[in-house]
Ligand binder design. Structure first.
Ligand code: BTN
Length: 283
C-alpha cells in the first residue's frame, strides 16, 4: 500500500493569530470531504454558525462559480473555506476584496517578472512578463456563498489555489492550462500557503464588514487584468473593460454605451488572446 506523508496544517498557529480578533473561531482539517463550502453550509443550517476554517486535503465534489467543478489531487491545490456570520451594510464587492487580500498575500517581492493579477470577479491569475510577451494563467478561484437562518446571515468564502503542478483535467472555467504557485515560489506548499493567506483574509473580511468595498477599489485596480482590454460577456456582448466601480461592478464600454456588470451569472473573457507559454513549467 502506498504511504503518503501527512500534511502538517499550521492550525495552531492560525488559531493563535486569528482567535483574539474573531472570538469563537475554530480550525479543522479533513482528509476528504465532498466540498468544504458545502460542509460549512450544512453545519450552519444544522445550527452551527461559529466562525470556522475548514481545510481539506481532497474534495470529491469541489465546486467553482457558475456550477463548475473544481478538481484537484491531494497536495496540489490548497482548498479551504472560511465561514463566519457577517453583517455588512452592503455586500457588493466582497469577493473582489477577498481576491485583493489573497493576491497581496501571495505576491513575492523577490520575483519582479511575476505578479498576481485579478480577473473580475474572482479569479487569481499569475502574470509573468517575458522579454517580448506576457503569460497570464489562472492560479486560483474564489467561491463566495451566503445563507440566512434564524436571522443570522452566514458567509462562506471558498478558496482554491493551485500550488503544485496539476495532473487533472482542465478546470472548465479555464480556456488555457492553469498555472501554479510554485512557478512563483518553488518552495511553496499547501500548508505554508494557508498560513500566509488566512490571517490577512480574516482581517480583510472584518474591514469589509465595516467599510465595504470602497477602500479596496484602488488595490483591485492595480491588479485588474481586464482593464483596457476587449472583453466578451457570456451573453455575447463585447466591449472594453474600464475597471470596477466603488461597489465592485465591472465597467464595460459597449456599442450601447457604458454598462455596469454586476451579475455573478456573467462570465467575462478577454478577447485578445494570451501568449502561449514559453519556458514555464506546465501546471
Ligand atoms: C472558481 O474558480 O470558480 C472558484 C473555485 C473555488 C474552489 C474552492 S476549493 C475550496 C472550496 N470548496 C469548494 O467546493 N469550492 C471552493
Amino acid at each position: 500500500m502506498l504511504s503518503v506523508d501527512p500534511i502538517r496544517w499550521p492550525l495552531e498557529a492560525i488559531w493563535q493569530t486569528v482567535e483574539p480578533h474573531l472570538p469563537g473561531f475554530t480550525c479543522e482539517a479533513l482528509p476528504t470531504i465532498d466540498s468544504t463550502n458545502t460542509e460549512l453550509m450544512r453545519r450552519f443550517k444544522a445550527g452551527q454558525p461559529e466562525p470556522t476554517l475548514l481545510v481539506a486535503e481532497q474534495q470529491s465534489a469541489g465546486r467553482g462559480r457558475l456550477g463548475r467543478q473544481w478538481h484537484s489531487q491531494r497536495g496540489d491545490s490548497l482548498m479551504f473555506s472560511l465561514g463566519m456570520p457577517l453583517a455588512p451594510a452592503d455586500w457588493s464587492g466582497l469577493s473582489l476584496a477577498v481576491g485583493v487580500s489573497l493576491a497581496e498575500s501571495l505576491d513575492a517581492a523577490n520575483a519582479p517578472a511575476h505578479h498576481i493579477g485579478l480577473k473580475w470577479p474572482n479569479d487569481l491569475w499569475l502574470v509573468t512578463k517575458h522579454p517580448h510577451a506576457m503569460d497570464e494563467r489562472k492560479l486560483g478561484g474564489i467561491l463566495v456563498e451566503t445563507a440566512t437562518f434564524e436571522g443570522t446571515r452566514y458567509l462562506v468564502i471558498g478558496v482554491g489555489i493551485n500550488v503544485r503542478a496539476l495532473d487533472v483535467p482542465l478546470q472548465e472555467s479555464t480556456a488555457v492550462a492553469p498555472t501554479c504557485l510554485q512557478n512563483l515560489q518553488p518552495d511553496a506548499d499547501v500548508a505554508s500557503t494557508l498560513l500566509r493567506v488566512l490571517p490577512p483574509l480574516v482581517q480583510t473580511v472584518q474591514a469589509f464588514e465595516q467599510f465595504g468595498f470602497a477602500p479596496f477599489q484602488a488595490r483591485f485596480a492595480r491588479r485588474d487584468v481586464l482593464a483596457g482590454r476587449d472583453v466578451q460577456l457570456s451573453d455575447g456582448t463585447q466591449g472594453q473593460a474600464h475597471g470596477v466601480t466603488e461597489s465592485g461592478a465591472l465597467l464595460v464600454h459597449t456599442a450601447g454605451g457604458m454598462k455596469d456588470i454586476t451579475s455573478s451569472e456573467v462570465s467575462v473573457r478577454p478577447v485578445t488572446g494570451h501568449v502561449p507559454p514559453g519556458d514555464m513549467r506546465p501546471c
